[in-house]
Design a protein around this ligand. Structure first.
Ligand code: PLP
Length: 477
């Protein structure tokens, strides 16, 4: 029988190949410089001289994208290619996708990372603690952020929290905890009731499904004339449900609705939640960091009494996408850290929040957010007395406006088309209390007065182009 042999040459050959995964300082620098050039090219496009990329580009610029076909760039192949070739796909992302950080992007809730936020991600991936809870330094950084945000909302230092992959994940952790505390037995899921307002973000309902509570009852509480959850109607729903032997277990208040920017009356909702032994979650995903600003701080009164809060650093702190935050007022309710996350290994999210906060200081973020509030007010005032337009006074940084008059829905769509036509702005239409509005969410840190003036002129000239009859503006309101 032949003796067992070992092929040292083969092993050396494998080692040669696998050593490519290591890098020298010089190689890293070269990679970074080339990537940096690509980043610069992209960031230079984030101005009104370029389209937002969200809207179908005008016919003249369609089909002008340069470079090899996508099919040559994307496939994962047996052998590697140079960084220059690989980076070409990033130019495509810049050229062909919606530009999230573009100053004319005012749809949804625009986000975008600051440079230190992006570098925070690079540091995170380079240090790469496998399970953040096993790295004291990483835990400390994360806890620093959690405690700081907890304090912003008035939570005690005994609160607990975690960074999540986004707000939906944060809301899911909160609802999962609410379920375990208030509806411990799955046989009761079908009689348990969640109360949200008609303006609650749809991620809340999605979470209920993901948590296996698809059969739970959901009540959409109407909003009042200021677009806030109507607490009398909430109470009535609960009373009726109790009579029907249902189990009210959770109410979600929103401090900054996505559609309107309205803020639910948290103290009144807290009182009701307490009376009926329900969990109160506050969804502060979009509006939460406006708690930093003097002019809007009062809107967050009562949030400190919520059992849990979700807030999104990748919105209000301009961290990179994929960084949400969940907070629980009573940290002791949580048996162990697993209650705060369903992840084991996960991305080290803290640096993309922590590094910008360290480098710029909190005051810079406060000013940037206050600037957005002022810009929203500015837009409101500039459109307010214009013929044919009705504008809703903003609470935070969302401004709703629409054409007045009987046939406004069809006209609003053509107004939107005109505003979007040259691709420099991206806003959408939303329907609130059965009425359609054009919606601008001023949130991107690159949107300043100069951009807003161009936007306002665009809106006014689009309205003028529509040639509406004089008497249309008599329908204001
Ligand atoms: C109020 C509110 N809640 C929840 C979400 C969902 O956040 P994410 O996209 O981070 O999951 C959003 C997103 O815009 C939001 O505005």
């Amino acid at each position: 029988m032949a003796a067992e042999t070992f092929d040292l040459d083969y092993l050396a050959c494998l080692e040669d190949s696998s050593r490519k995964l290591e890098s020298t300082s010089q190689q890293r620098l070269e990679l970074m410089l080339k990537a940096q050039r690509e980043v610069d090219t992209y960031l230079e496009q984030l101005s009104l001289d370029h389209p937002t990329g969200w809207v179908i580009p005008p016919k003249e610029v369609q089909g002008q994208v340069q470079g090899p076909p996508m099919a040559e760039l994307l496939p994962i192949q047996e052998n590697g290619v140079s960084i220059e070739v690989a980076l070409q796909h990033f130019s495509r992302i810049g050229e062909e996708a919606g530009r999230e950080g573009h100053p004319g992007h005012m749809a949804a809730v625009p986000g975008n990372s600051t440079a230190p936020g992006a570098i925070g991600d690079y540091l995170a991936a380079s240090f790469d603690p496998h399970h953040v809870t096993f790295s004291r330094g990483a835990v400390n950084m994360q806890q620093q952020i959690v405690q700081w945000v907890g304090q912003l909302f008035g939570y005690p230092s005994t609160c607990a929290g975690n960074l999540t992959s986004g707000s939906t994940a944060a809301i899911m952790v909160a609802i999962g905890t609410a379920r375990d505390k208030k509806v411990p037995e799955s046989k009761d899921y079908s009689r348990s009731v969640l109360y949200i307002s008609e303006l609650t973000h749809d991620s809340v309902e999605k979470c209920l499904n993901t948590l296996g509570m698809r059969e739970a009852v959901i009540r959409h509480v109407p909003v009042d004339d200021q677009y806030r959850m109507d607490v009398n109607k909430l109470r009535k729903f609960i009373e009726d449900d109790l009579k029907d032997d249902l189990l009210p277990f959770l109410v979600v208040a929103t401090t900054g609705t996505t559609d309107v920017g309205s803020v639910d009356p948290v103290p009144a909702i807290r009182a009701i939640a307490t009376q009926y032994n329900m969990w109160l979650h506050v969804d502060a995903c979009y509006g939460g960091f406006f708690v930093l600003c003097d002019s809007t701080k009062h809107l967050f009164e009562g949030v400190e009494t919520a059992d849990s809060i979700s807030v999104d650093p990748d919105k209000g702190l301009y961290a990179s996408f994929g960084t949400g935050l969940v907070l629980m007022r009573n940290g002791a309710l949580l048996q162990n850290s697993e209650d705060l996350t369903f992840e084991q290994s996960g991305h080290f999210r803290a640096p993309s929040i922590w590094l910008p906060l360290k480098l710029y200081g909190v005051s810079t973020f406060r000013d940037a957010l206050q600037e957005k509030l002022e810009l929203a007010k500015y837009l409101y005032l500039r459109l307010k007395n214009q013929p044919h337009l009705h504008v809703v006074k903003p609470v935070l940084s969302v401004v709703l406006f629409r054409l007045t008059g009987a046939s406004d829905n069809a006209n609003n769509h053509s107004l939107l088309e005109k505003i979007l036509a040259d691709g420099r702005f991206f806003i959408t239409i939303t329907t609130v209390k059965g009425i359609q509005y054009l919606r601008a969410c001023i949130f991107c840190f690159r949107t300043h007065r100069k951009e807003l003036d161009v936007f306002i002129n665009k809106v006014l000239s689009a309205v003028a182009e529509m040639g509406l009859p004089e008497d249309d503006s008599s329908h204001k309101g």
